[in-house]
Design a protein around this ligand. Sequence first.
Ligand SMILES: [Zn+2]
Length: 217
Amino acid sequence: MLTQYHIEIMLASLGGRFSPRAMSVIIQANVGQDRLAGQVGHDEFHFDNNAFEKTYAYIEEQRALVVSSLRSGDAKSAWQAFGRFLHSVQDFYAHSNYITLWVDRFDPSTGSGQAALPPPPEVDPLDPSLIRSPDLRSGKIYLPLDGLYFIKRLRPLILRLIPRDSHAWMNLDTPEQGFKFDYAMHAAIKRTVIEFEKTTEGFSGEMCRLFLDTQSK
Ligand SMILES: [Zn+2]
């Protein structure tokens, strides 16, 4: 997802919960994952290349870092680790076919007796049968073509050359990718709230105060 959409997701999901300075560190760490050095060789930052297990391990490693940083009183490191792994969970909806699998259960025309497609805010971000589905895939990165895809002028040519299981074909990074983009955005917003709740579940009062930075509000 492009930077502006990661920021939109962060503000829509967590905007009121943290102090402004905490939020700004979390967002910076989140969008920093898309820096050039974070794009190459870091499938786990973006759920690319079907690296599901590697990405889940990365998320839990960063979540553990949030907890250990807060225990040692280092709120800034906790905010950074939190922002980093939220980037991965948000990219899941833009880089995998989860949204396509979810949407395909419904009938877009409502003519066949299948249920009609619910509006984007009703998307389920964690349907267990889809999360574990053997059909779940994420876009493969074919270099250099997937890199050149970001040059808009070259896009039509790249799409003719690159396989269908590529990031270029599969991504829901921007509204230009069609109606499924809104579903990816809403799923990412809901999932971010779920990850916030999961991360803070066992926090002591002092850890909550440090993490949310309530005194500097
Ligand atoms: Zn990314």
